[in-house]
Ligand binder design. Structure first.
Ligand code: AMP
Length: 298
């Protein structure tokens, strides 16, 4: 039988529920005579409008931890002026139903007032130089806002592990760097990109695409796939292959297409050898889409 997750809106309630759940699991283990460390809390941070990509993160979380917390918070701090904060899809009821199917016990869905009681945090995490490249160039302040809320969620939930999707490659890079730079506790687990048939990476923003735009948006993943298939010939050839697919699609307005070094997240050229990642961002109508793929450069 499915148990509906508890939807929790305040920090105090969440902490008390988590402490209770940890105690309960410890008692049950003791009764069964089982050893093992304290029950592991795993956090999956999301902005809601959940799709199969998010649910893959949730399944990974369940497989590695004892208590799964999914946070649903559309973080105003990571949206710029004129971005889609107001129109970002909010589907809490459907999200909770989907999380019930996955056996998630706790959904943390705070209001902005709970997270930013003084309007906006005046103390912020800054993402550094990589935070102003690519997504950060198109969305100034986005990564400072993202890291600030991730840091707050880590402190609120106290997870042992936090699960992120490879879909947001720059986000993963910056979160990992923040963990190292600021000595945050959780380990990070990264889940590969989940795609729909035809290759388009699943995204809550896909809901805003008209059918013709959705079809056009497939040029992004097709371009990345073409690039990966010729990566043995070097970064430039891979870029050309991706451009050929993406530039041929008039509904797709390319923002950037780059190959970066996964260690530094800085662009590389043909002199680079070994693992690399190709990143793409484009506007389809008013919808901003991102995608990426691993490349193995010779
Ligand atoms: P969001 O709700 O867009 O902030 O995403 C929450 C988490 O889900 C982030 O770690 C994303 O990278 C991850 N995610 C979103 N879409 C996908 C996808 N198609 N495949 C894998 N992970 C995803």
């Amino acid at each position: 039988m499915l148990t509906k997750p508890e939807v929790i809106g305040t920090i105090e309630e969440l902490r008390s529920r988590l402490a209770d759940a940890q105690k309960r699991i410890e008692c049950e283990r003791a009764e069964r005579g089982e050893a093992g460390g304290p029950p592991r809390i795993v956090l999956v941070p999301t902005m809601g409008a959940l799709h199969a990509g998010h649910l893959t993160l949730v399944r990974r979380a369940r497989s590695i931890g004892d208590i799964v917390v999914v946070s649903i918070f559309v973080n105003p701090l990571q949206f710029g002026v004129g971005e889609d904060l107001g129109s970002y899809p909010r589907t809490l009821e459907a999200d909770v139903a989907a999380l019930a199917e996955e056996g998630v016990p706790f959904v943390f869905a705070p209001t902005s007032q709970v997270i930013y009681p003084d309007g906006a945090a005046s103390t912020r995490v800054t993402a550094g130089a990589v935070g102003s490249l690519f997504e950060g160039a198109a969305r100034p302040g986005h990564f400072d806002g993202m890291l600030t809320v991730v840091a707050k969620l880590f402190n609120i939930v106290g997870p042992d592990v936090a699960v992120f999707g490879q879909k947001d490659a720059q986000q993963v890079f910056l979160v990992e760097r923040m963990l190292a730079d600021l000595n945050f506790r959780p380990a990070i687990e990264v889940v590969p990109i989940v795609r729909e048939d035809g290759g388009l990476a699943l995204s809550s923003r896909n809901l805003a695409l008209e059918p013709v735009q959705r079809a056009a948006a497939r040029a992004l993943s097709a371009g990345l796939e073409a690039a990966a298939s010729v990566a043995a010939q070097g970064a430039q050839v891979a870029l050309q292959a991706a451009h050929a697919r993406i530039d041929a699609q008039p509904l797709v307005k390319l923002d950037y297409l780059v190959v970066v070094d996964p260690q530094t997240f800085l662009p590389v050229g043909d002199e680079h050898h070994g693992p690399a990642r190709m990143l793409v961002a484009a506007l389809v109508g008013h919808t901003r889409l991102i995608d990426n793929v691993a490349l193995d450069l010779p």
